[in-house]
Each structure stands twice: as structure tokens, then as C-alpha cells.
Design a protein around this ligand. Structure first.
Ligand SMILES: [Zn+2]
Length: 276
């Protein structure tokens, strides 16, 4: 049991995970995306964003009910296969790499390193991002344990892929031009709502970003380029301190990650988390 990265199973500490190796599919019993819902990721793709979703996207569109974040013991019924069946029967391509069920268990249905999934509705974004879907119930509900699992999974993926722990804040009821342009300068975590004019506040809602804030993730107004200004200064400081030549473009890419490692930040990330 584990998630598959580059075809190799990896355990994520503190999480219950499984993949299609444990339950071969596709089909009613499998945990695998159909071939129509995934494609090979180009070897040159720099994976630098994690896009968060809820399966129902409430509140959004005509359904403006508020999200309910429930504590306590979630129902044990498993929903991942129904999500996969929905994607498989959908005429348009829809999918993600991970589905997080009510109980916080994580199903890996595509390989985040070698496969692109169709979660952001924008080809360029899909090619450089990882999609995570949180299962949302018919009453617009999510469970606290689900949010906790999502944070742990994002902790793991940011560490594994060298993606800085930062997200866009505040939500401004519209997609961000920098992301709609393809998102090449946006590193970190954002919601589907920031990447599309067709999605509303509830894809994925504010609660997951509050959870990331409590976990110490940095908040920047991506629309105003706050992240770029802060990282430009950090890159200049690294260049002076280490005598390296990072491009000071404010986009923390692989050069910046390597320099941060040299500067004794584990895994090259500015923000550290348990498990690093
Ligand atoms: Zn979405």
C-alpha cells in the first residue's frame, strides 16, 4: 500500500494510502483512471503546482450552499470508485491524481510524476501540476480528517517535488490572470477556482486554505505578485551569501531549491513541516 511515484510505491507517513496496484482497474472495482482520462507527462515538465478541488464544487454555480466541515467519525462507505466511474462516463476529460475520501484515506489513481491528469481545465496547467480531489457529500459536507489528510499529502508532495509551501490569498471571486495565462510563474498550491472562471468558491473552498495557513504555509497575493517580490529578494540574498547565480525572477525553481538546500534548509523548501 502506498502511492506510486515514477512507478515506485512510496509510503506517506501518517496517511492511509492505496493505488491501482492494490486494486487493479479500471472498472467498478479498480482504482485506475481510464486511458482517456490521463496521458503521459512530458519528461521536460517541471511539476511546480498542486491544484486542490472538491468533487462537487459547492458553493459554486447555481448551488450556493455553504460548505459544512464536520468533525467526528466519518461514514465508512467508500466513495472513490463512484468518483472514478463518474469521470470514466463523462464525455469530457475529467480526472485527478488523488482522491481523498471522507475518512481521510488517499487513493492514488494516476502517477503524479509521469502522468498528466485533466483537473484544471487548462492544458498548460495540467501538464505542470498535480490534482487532488477531496470528496464532498450531497449536503456540501467535508470532514475535518479529510482536510488534515490533504495537508499531510500536500506536505509530502511539496517535499517530494520541491514545490514551495505557499498559496494564494485572499480568494477574489475570480480566476487569476497569471494562472489563466498558463501559470508558468506560479509555484505552490492553489484552488481550481483560481484557475478557471467556470468554478466557484467551493472548488475547493476556504477551509483547506485555513488548514494550510495553520500548518505554516505562506500566504501571498498571487494576483499582486507578492510571491514574486518576496522570492526575488530571497534569490538575491542566496546569490550574495552562497556566491551562486540564481536567476532573480521571483519564481522559486530548481536552482532556488538547490541553493536553499546548500543553505541548510531541508529539501530546499522555505517552510518546514513535520516529516521533512
Ligand atoms: Zn475542480
Amino acid at each position: 500500500m502506498g502511492i506510486l511515484i515514477g512507478g515506485v510505491s512510496e509510503e506517506v507517513e501518517g496517511l492511509v494510502t492505496c493505488s491501482w496496484i492494490d486494486s487493479p482497474g479500471p472498472g467498478p472495482t479498480g482504482l485506475r483512471l481510464t486511458t482517456e482520462d490521463r496521458e503521459e507527462r512530458s519528461a521536460e515538465s517541471w511539476v511546480h503546482a498542486i491544484v486542490l478541488h472538491t468533487t462537487r464544487g459547492i458553493p459554486g454555480g447555481l448551488d450556493q450552499r455553504r460548505q459544512r466541515i464536520l468533525s467526528g467519525v466519518p461514514p465508512t462507505a467508500e466513495h472513490v470508485r463512484s468518483v472514478l466511474d463518474g469521470w470514466a462516463s463523462d464525455h469530457c476529460c475529467a480526472s485527478a491524481h488523488f482522491v481523498i475520501d471522507f475518512d481521510g484515506s488517499v487513493a492514488c489513481v494516476a502517477d503524479p510524476l509521469t502522468e498528466t491528469t485533466y483537473h484544471a481545465g487548462h492544458r498548460a496547467i495540467n501538464h505542470h501540476s498535480i490534482g487532488i480531489e477531496m470528496y464532498q457529500g450531497e449536503s456540501a459536507e467535508l470532514y475535518e480528517v479529510q482536510l488534515e489528510s490533504t495537508v499531510r499529502l500536500v506536505d509530502f508532495l511539496t517535499r517530494r517535488f520541491g514545490i514551495q509551501r505557499q498559496f494564494h490569498w485572499p480568494y477574489q471571486n475570480q480566476a487569476l490572470a497569471r494562472i489563466l495565462d498558463g501559470g508558468s510563474s506560479v509555484v505552490g498550491v492553489y484552488g481550481h477556482r483560481e484557475a478557471s472562471d467556470d468554478r466557484g468558491e467551493g472548488d475547493p473552498g476556504d477551509a483547506i486554505f485555513e488548514a494550510l495557513r495553520r500548518a505554516g504555509y505562506e500566504r501571498f497575493n498571487f494576483a499582486q505578485g507578492e510571491d514574486l517580490a518576496v522570492w526575488r529578494a530571497r534569490q538575491e540574498e542566496l546569490n550574495q551569501r552562497l556566491g551562486v547565480g540564481i536567476t532573480t525572477d521571483g519564481v522559486p525553481g530548481q536552482q532556488t531549491v538547490l541553493a536553499l538546500r546548500e543553505a541548510d534548509r531541508p529539501h530546499g523548501l522555505w517552510v518546514s513541516r513535520p516529516g521533512d
